[in-house]
Design a binder for this molecule. Structure first.
Ligand SMILES: [Zn+2]
Ligand SMILES: [Zn+2]
Length: 342
């Protein structure tokens, strides 16, 4: 089968033929139809310090996908061939303290498809049946991005959203999803900031009532103005940019909540007394998707039509054009980039 492979410990990716996998006990074989490309794939292609410390090539990359079950292994009763599915790409151990207390999303032994084992930028992928979710009518191009969309659902829905003023910091694809999810979940007002006018336009399309251009406007002042001088009840930090993190803390109201998804490149100095303690705020670190609460919530938001991610899905490429897909992401102007595999 054709696959996109991190072939060696150096920058670059290759499209090549690799053996088609077969499902073992408790696993299913999925013919991939669509896959999502994201920043993680960029880090792997560039072979940055994170990739160098974590990966052991050769590995088929890609962790966001949807497709059709074409074979099931022994002991799999609940999934049948022909079903259209997506899957949680974090494969967890099931026996650590976190897994056994309903917190598998922070399993200490998590292995990620497309990073720690072969992934989804291929014609076929094998997945544990326990990680698979049926799409139930959701199209595969949308199913393919339920992993990053799930990050946005997990971020937004961990706050108390109905009737709240929500500030989304950073309007990349996941930030734009967060805007639409906050609106769908009943936020009274959604405010969004970014440094890129195209991304701000996309945030407006997704339902942001107030957008702030951080290159031209005083972000904190704009948030205060939009919230009757209180500050936002819930802030979703999706950028990981140090200046934006400080804006997140300065924009949240006293007693509010800051939900952090964006990953800063290094350490960020924070004035813990003034930015956190004296404001009485709560900070929540978001990693992955709650298994499987986030997935069930997301599937209902999607299949009920309450939330439509399609305006954010701006680019589609065939598998062999992965380099063009990465260029589109690098430009900073793209929304979500999809590979069409079959
Ligand atoms: Zn991703
Ligand atoms: Zn575990």
């Amino acid at each position: 089968m054709q696959a996109i492979v991190k072939a060696e410990r150096a920058p670059g990716l290759v499209v090549k033929s690799v053996p088609k996998p077969s499902p073992g006990a408790g696993e299913v074989l999925i013919a991939v139809r669509h896959a999502g490309v994201c920043g993680t794939d960029l880090h792997i292609a560039d072979w940055d310090p994170w990739a160098q410390s974590r990966m052991h090539p050769p590995v088929v990359i890609g962790h966001e996908f949807a497709g059709e079950i074409v074979a099931v292994g022994d002991g799999v009763a609940e999934l049948k061939t022909g079903r259209l599915v997506t899957a949680e790409g974090h494969i967890v151990c099931g026996h650590c303290l976190q897994c056994r207390t309903g917190n598998s999303h922070i399993c200490r032994n998590t292995r990620i498809i497309g990073v720690d084992r072969d992934g989804a930028f291929a014609e076929y992928i094998v997945m544990p049946a326990t990680n698979v979710l049926c799409l139930d009518g959701i199209p595969t191009e949308v199913g393919a991005i339920m992993d990053p969309m799930g990050n946005a659902f997990h971020t937004v829905l961990s706050g108390d959203i109905p009737g709240s003023n929500v500030f989304v910091v950073g309007c990349g694809p996941i930030g734009c999803f967060a805007v639409g999810i906050a609106r769908a979940a009943g936020a009274a007002k959604v405010i969004a900031s970014d440094i890129n006018p195209k991304r701000l336009a996309l945030a407006r399309t997704m339902g942001a009532q107030v957008t702030i251009d951080a290159t031209k406007q005083d972000v904190v002042r704009q948030v205060l103005e939009a919230t009757g001088n209180e500050g936002a009840d819930v802030v979703c930090e999706m950028s990981g940019v140090p200046s934006a993190l400080h804006q997140a803390f300065a924009s949240v109201r006293m007693g509010g909540r800051v939900q952090l998804l964006g990953l800063p490149k290094g350490e960020v100095p924070v004035d813990i007394a003034n930015e956190i303690i004296f404001k009485g705020i709560t900070i929540y670190g978001v990693i992955g998707r709650k298994m499987y609460e986030t997935w069930h919530q997301m599937r209902r938001f999607l299949s009920s039509g309450m939330f439509d991610p399609r305006p954010v899905m701006t680019h589609q490429f065939p598998l062999a054009k992965i380099d063009e897909a990465l260029v589109a992401i690098r430009s900073g102007d793209a929304g979500k980039v999809i590979l069409e595999i079959a």
